[in-house]
Design a protein around this ligand. Structure first.
Ligand code: IPM
Ligand code: MN
Length: 373
């Protein structure tokens, strides 16, 4: 198979972890006889520095012509004080999500067995492993309210005098389409769906709950559906995460809960994501940020980036076997005791603590050892 991938490494640790992600994709291409063509483009703060905009037309063109977008991370203190629409987050990442209609954000929180001792919970609470899928709505809610208020004739400006305003807006079709994605995922797993909202306070959440109930009743009555307020969901995740199978929630709640879920699995450096459109086009990125504090030190854990590459193979290209090969290679690397600093424990042998590139090399090397072609 031949595929063209837009490679947007971004800022901070983005370029270092992306390099390892590509190394592993190259190993997959070699073993399974595929051709991945990489088209690199600048995004975020580095693009602002070079072009005066965090999402330049050049980068848009590269994404338009690619089969998928492989994304690192953007942002950093250097660009925080720019006008909002020029910051890496509001000027590049959010527009990319909305331009390509990437409303469905899949964030699997899985514990790799050998990492149980790096997890933040007592091991008895994680017995038998953990495998949660967070389905985060990605193009609505409070992140994008300001884009909608004009059309809804609510706009009075987002900042007035001493006030600042954000709008959390959801429509029925927006909720239905993410409910559909979550139900389809639940059907392939444990058929259990938890919808997280704040329906005791927010109007948008009341609508969310009603639409999810109606949708599941009508289309997937065989799914066991329950509802949780987001504050309770945070507590439940931190105390009894094994009760969850698929979680579906709005944009900001999903952002917060997925960071929490990552801590449960050992490190935020482990969690990948896929952001998909209705047509199946996707952007694949780790859930963590650009970590400017450790950039350039070779300390960053590239596994979330590498696993995001595995999600790209599976969701964008339908290459499940190849995607599984990456996961198996990572499992074997971890079983053999190799760790980056963030997932090392007191028992980790010194010579098994790897740098960013050391980990990428190891995973790429193990790809060739995975059985089956
Ligand atoms: C994420 C990030 C982004 C978000 C930031 C960088 C805008 O935290 O992908 O989880 O809040 O969605
Ligand atoms: Mn986040």
């Amino acid at each position: 198979m031949k595929k063209c991938i837009a490679v947007l490494a971004g800022d901070g640790i983005g370029p270092e972890i992306m390099k390892e992600g590509l190394k592993v994709l190259d190993a997959v291409a070699k073993k399974y006889g595929h051709t991945f063509e990489y088209k690199e483009a600048l995004v975020g703060g580095c693009a602002y520095d070079a072009y005066g905009h965090p999402l330049p037309d050049e980068t848009r063109k590269v994404c338009d012509s690619a089969d998928a977008i492989y994304f690192g991370a953007v942002g950093g203190p250097k660009w925080e004080t720019l006008p909002a629409e020029l910051t890496p987050e509001r000027g590049a990442l959010l527009p990319l999500r909305s331009i390509y209609g990437l409303f469905a954000n899949l964030r699997p929180a899985v514990i790799f067995g050998p990492l149980a001792d790096a997890a933040s919970l007592k091991s008895e609470r994680l017995k038998g492993g953990l495998d949660i899928l967070i389905v985060r709505e990605l193009t609505g809610g409070v992140y994008f309210g300001r884009n909608k208020v004009t059309s809804l004739a609510l706009k009075e400006g987002t900042v007035q005098g001493e006030y600042a305003v954000d709008y959390m807006i959801y429509s029925v079709p927006e909720i239905e389409r993410i409910a559909k994605v979550a139900c389809e995922a639940a059907m392939k797993r444990g058929k259990k769906l938890t919808s997280v909202d704040k329906a005791n306070v927010l109007e948008s959440s009341k609508l969310w709950r009603k639409v999810v109930i109606d949708y599941v009743q009508k289309k997937y009555p065989m799914i066991q559906l329950n509802h949780m307020y987001v504050d309770n969901a945070a507590m439940q995740l931190a105390t009894n995460p094994k009760q969850f199978d698929v979680i579906v929630t709005e944009n900001m709640f999903g952002d917060i809960l997925s960071d929490l879920a990552s801590a449960i699995t050992g490190s935020i450096g482990m969690l990948p994501s896929a952001s998909l459109s209705e047509t199946g086009f996707g952007l694949f990125e780790p859930i963590h940020g650009s970590a400017p504090d450790i950039a350039g030190q070779g300390k960053a854990n590239p596994l979330a980036q590498i696993l995001s590459g595995a999600m790209m193979l599976k969701y964008a290209f339908g290459l499940s076997k190849e995607s599984n090969a990456i996961e198996h290679a990572i499992m074997s690397v971890l079983e053999d005791g190799y760790r980056t600093g963030d997932i090392a424990s007191a028992n980790t042998l010194k010579d098994k603590i790897l740098s960013t590139s050391g980990m990428g090399i190891k995973v790429a090397e193990y790809i060739s050892k995975v059985e089956g072609k």
